[in-house]
Design a protein around this ligand. Structure first.
Ligand SMILES: Cc1ncc(COP(=O)(O)O)c(C=O)c1O
Length: 367
């Protein structure tokens, strides 16, 4: 039976290959997955301690409003508890935004190479994605502001941008907001917020105190290492939270995820360590790329988009056979780039060693 019109040309989401799949397919015992910007160190041990307490409650539905997590997160972020909305991953909040704000024929503006769910959810709602090319890998805010029409309902700014890792600054974002009409919801997706170290990065939570059109998206999937639990959040005006609550499934974030997120928040030392190792890993990979004369976009995230100078699909397959899973940039409009997550020092070393073999570059083991 045919589904609704909007789905006619919509492809099914293709996730990256899993560790198990690659082990089986190539008969490998060791595989390194650097394809989904996950935390190579898992999560804080405090999460598992807390989850033991949850064992007694598995038969109970979760509280849809996540009251305890709401209170604790609001305190940490210094925002009003009513300004938070939780999702089964920030993915689900992307879906809720599209559901709540896009009627058939409404326009949503986004970068051409960015997180793909903005476009998919727009299409599902019968909306029209308006894609503005990046400029040197960075959101073209001028171009995006110029693309606004009376039908524009939502603008997506992924900051840092996945897949390039580039960011827009606080000044640039503020100037952009000034140019936009009142009827537009501006979503700033800060999934990689905790990894950013540029001082000019926007203080978006302060901005949204002045601007009720703004929604900031964040997640526990990245630096907090809870991708398996599926929990993310949005910070915005209470009016927008109210609209999103109309389309939110009643028990959308589960009890275990809420508890895990609360425990993860208490371990900021874990977060600091991960930030530090990510910084070092970025340097480790960059130093080697420099030696090879290869370039990568200046990243503020836990991943790098690297120009291999060769077919990205070929490099992807060659690395896969050697037990390294990364993403090819081909489908993202970067036919010679690969996107690689910054892993542990050892994972980065293995990646560089295998990349050297694929690209026929020299590689010297350290020590
Ligand atoms: C920019 C961006 N936003 C949102 C997400 C979704 O994250 P989650 O649904 O795990 O919170 C991702 C995941 O990779 C991402 O890269």
């Amino acid at each position: 039976m045919e589904s609704k019109y909007a789905l006619r040309n919509l492809p099914v989401y293709q996730p990256g290959k899993s560790l198990e799949e690659v082990k089986q397919e190539f008969g490998l015992s060791e595989v390194v997955k650097l394809a989904s910007n996950e935390n190579p160190f898992g999560c804080s041990p405090k999460v598992w301690e807390a989850l033991r307490e949850e064992q007694a409650y598995t038969s109970l539905y979760p509280e849809g409003e996540a009251p305890q997590l709401r209170k604790e997160l609001a305190r940490r972020l210094r925002v009003d508890p009513g300004s938070l909305v939780f999702g089964n991953g920030s993915d689900e909040i992307v879906q809720m935004i599209a559901r709540a704000y896009l009627d058939k024929g409404d326009e949503a503006i986004m970068a051409e190479a960015t997180f793909p769910r903005y476009k998919t959810q727009t299409v599902i709602e019968g909306g029209i994605p308006v894609e503005v090319p990046l400029k040197d890998g960075v959101h073209d805010l001028e171009g995006m502001a110029a693309a606004v029409t009376e039908r524009t309902r939502v603008i997506w700014v992924c900051n840092p941008n996945n897949p390039t890792g580039t960011m827009v600054s606080g000044k640039e974002l503020e100037a952009f907001l000034k140019r936009l009409p009142e009827h537009v919801l501006v979503v700033v997706d800060e999934a990689y917020f905790e990894y950013v170290d540029a001082p000019s990065y926007p203080d978006s939570l302060s901005l949204l105190k002045k601007d009720p059109r703004l929604l900031v998206l964040r997640t526990f999937s990245k630096i907090y290492g809870l991708a398996a639990f599926r929990i993310g959040y949005g910070v915005t005006s209470e009016a927008i939270v109210g609209e999103l609550n109309k389309v939110r499934e009643p028990f959308n974030t589960n009890r275990i995820a809420q508890r895990a997120a609360r425990a993860a928040l208490t371990d900021q030392e874990f977060v600091r360590r991960c930030q530090q190792v990510n910084r070092e890993g970025k340097e480790q990979i960059r130093a080697q790329l420099d030696l090879w004369g290869l370039s990568a976009f200046p990243t503020q995230g836990n991943f790098l988009l690297i120009d291999t100078g060769r077919s990205a699909d070929e490099v992807y397959h060659a690395l896969l056979q050697r037990g390294i899973i990364i993403r090819s940039g081909a489908a993202l409009g970067y036919p010679t780039h690969i996107r690689v997550t910054i892993g542990s020092e050892e994972q980065n070393r293995l990646f560089l060693k295998e990349l050297a073999a694929c690209l026929k570059k020299p590689f010297r083991e350290r020590g």
